[in-house]
Write a protein that binds this ligand. Sequence first.
Ligand code: P6P
Length: 342
Amino acid sequence: MDSSKSKRLETLEEYIIQSQNRFPGATGELSQLLRDISLAAKIISREVNKAGITNILGVDGSTNIHGEAVKKLDLFADQQLISALDRSLITCMVISEENDGIVKLSSQGGKYIVYLDPLDGSSNIDVNVSIGSIFSIYMREARFNGNLKEDDALQPGIKQVAAGYVLYGSSTILAYTTGLGVSVFTLDPSIGEFILSDRSIKMPDHGAIYSINEGSYNSWDLGLKKYIKYCQEQDPDTGRPYTARYIGSMVADIHRTLIKGGIFIYPHSSKYPNGKLRLMYECNPLSFIIEQAGGKATDGSKRIMEIEPDAIHQQTPVYIGSKDNVEKVTEFLETYKKIEQV
Ligand code: P6P
């Protein structure tokens, strides 16, 4: 076979190096950080895929800062990611859903701060539904030169240096961005490498799928109720009625939205007055990915990545997905907010 025709697969390692080589001044530290995360992801993937066999399923008896029962795989994923980041001495601290406060790493001088949702969607572990890890990377700003504290990490999403997720599903997918588009890789367990599957993914400007937990319908704002009814009306020109899809695992719902378009919504409600999802380690990183792929992400009015954070675990409502779909729901929210205020 003519070797020029046999298209060789590109690994994540090779892709990271090639991307770094495009920046002569690059120190290679961000590349190393991404490698740290991908190594932990491979280890977590192995455990997730055999969780049913070992006794790692089930709760370990503790609860996290949000009062949620912590699953053993949550802890395992948290430990694997933090230890991988600690070993390379590039990250100074980690903020993770599984830890109440900041986790200071061995290198207090490390230039990066990493937010983690080590295993998002963990309530789905026992029913074998896809779950994911989410990461968001910031530079530690020069203005913070004293002892590490939470304030060092309170930066808006627009300051993310990189962000991404790992989806542990029928295959293990890693998607990340450094602000130059979104690259997607698929783990080949036979060689233990993430293989490039999409160099720069772009999502549809409009999608015919809406994703929301309709169980909380009665506590929604009028505008959101009207928008969901709009999605369900018959109008072939706009692809309506849309299809409803809700996995209950944000990484899986967002990955489908990235590929097929549409909108994912987790609004504020009587149960979650500020929304349920976490700004810093769920909404910001996934908004970075979706925006880089051509989509939009707001809290119902404001761009998610421009929200100035007050706390490392703060929650926010989120409307995220194809540009047209987010703009349409925003129109409904604004229109009916005015009507409700009259
Ligand atoms: P609900 C999983 O627990 C999670 O944090 C996200 O992954 C998911 O999108 C959301 O909560 C599901 O919440 O209230 O619909 O079960």
